[in-house]
Design a protein around this ligand. Structure first.
Ligand code: CUA
Length: 201
């Protein structure tokens, strides 16, 4: 006896070929319109929202980047904190920050309201740049120079927390960024992270 095999020539039993209900059409219409809104927001937020960075990533040799960071640190060094130089580059200049197991090098001393070109990279493995207590986060990847145009909008003594698990000392990997206020008022030195004024960005 021959078993009946289903082919595309015979409709399967059911009601799927019936016309869609009005409510279903409305629902699909709303979902499609919302898709378009979210799609439009991707490029819009890049320019308008300030949500995503407009940085440039270029390939770089990790050792060469670290050597550049050391030169930068030597050039603008104004002090030390437990062996790590505190570096005060002039506004508008290129600023270098290297992440390595398990420290951020060097400590940056920037001026509020002034623009800098921040170059971020890692010497060994992936690290995460997280500016505490602000909500600023970037992946720091060895072999890539991530250049970001930054203008500090708040003064204070900030901490850079590594938010990418990078090894046994990950939890100790804390760096510093000092932002001197536009009024030139001194920032509470070290002790604990302090923020004066500014927004949450
Ligand atoms: Cu560096 Cu975690």
């Amino acid at each position: 006896m021959l078993t009946k095999v289903h082919t595309g020539l015979d409709p399967v039993p059911g009601v799927w070929w019936q016309r869609a209900h009005k409510a279903e059409k409305i629902w699909v219409g709303i979902a499609f319109a919302w898709c378009m809104v979210l799609f439009a927001m991707m490029p819009l937020w890049h320019w308008k929202g300030g949500q995503n960075p407009s940085g440039v990533r270029t390939r770089v040799d990790p050792q060469a980047f670290y050597a550049r960071t050391l030169r930068f640190a030597a050039e603008y060094r104004v002090g030390d904190d437990r062996g790590i130089p505190i570096v005060a580059p002039p506004p508008g200049s290129d600023v270098y920050l290297t992440a390595m197991s398990f420290q951020w090098y060097p400590i940056l001393r920037l001026e509020e309201g002034k623009e800098y070109m921040l170059h971020l990279s890692a010497l060994d493995v992936n690290h995460g740049f997280s500016l505490y207590p602000l909500n600023v986060n970037f992946a720091v990847v060895p072999g890539y120079d991530y250049a970001l145009r930054v203008t500090p909008t708040a003064s204070g003594d900030f901490r850079i927390v590594c938010n990418e698990f990078c090894g046994i000392g990950h939890h100790t990997m804390v760096g510093r960024v000092i932002v001197v206020g536009a009024d030139g008022a001194p920032v509470a030195d070290n002790a604990r992270a302090a923020v004066r004024g500014g927004g949450d960005r």
